[in-house]
Design a protein around this ligand. Sequence first.
Ligand SMILES: [Zn+2]
Length: 127
Amino acid sequence: MAQVKLTKKEVDDLRARLLEERGELQDQLTTIEDTSFSTTQSDLSGDVGLDDESADAGTATFEREKDLSIEQNVRDLLQKIDRALTRIDAGTYGVCDRCGKPIEKARVKALPYVDLCIKDARAQSRR
Ligand SMILES: [Zn+2]
């Protein structure tokens, strides 16, 4: 695959996509935080109201753990996007973090926040 530097137009398009995705992820994070906050609040109050709700305690814990792992993924992705935006500003966007060569264009367009070329990403996932 050709390793060609991204044009300014391409970088601008990718920046717009990154910003859009960042906004969506932040919305998602706010939703997750709101949800876990209200769950915690009702647990603390002890005022459950319905007797049969205690049977759902296990499910609630599971739901909360699921939320936490989703939250972790969203935070990881946000960090990657922030790093990519920083690299755009620094003029080092689209360049492999490991070998310093341009990352394959098709790869950057599929995953605008990647910071490794295909070869180095494969090498990393093998470890
Ligand atoms: Zn590389």
